[in-house]
Design a protein. Structure first.
Length: 53
């Protein structure tokens, strides 16, 4: 009984770690994408205000 509980804990631990890594990657991709979009908007606004250089 203790052995099967320990095996289940190990499986849950691995699944949790994999989920955390995947979520971390997704959040990183989302943050980079949002930053790039904001930079493009800021660049477009600068060009509009200052004119094309």
């Amino acid at each position: 009984m203790i052995t099967s509980a320990t095996k289940n804990i190990a499986i849950v631990s691995v699944i949790t770690q994999v989920l955390l890594v995947v979520l971390g990657l997704l959040f990183t991709i989302a943050a980079v994408t949002m930053t790039n979009r904001l930079n493009r908007k800021a660049e477009a606004a600068r060009r509009e205000v200052l004119g094309d250089l």
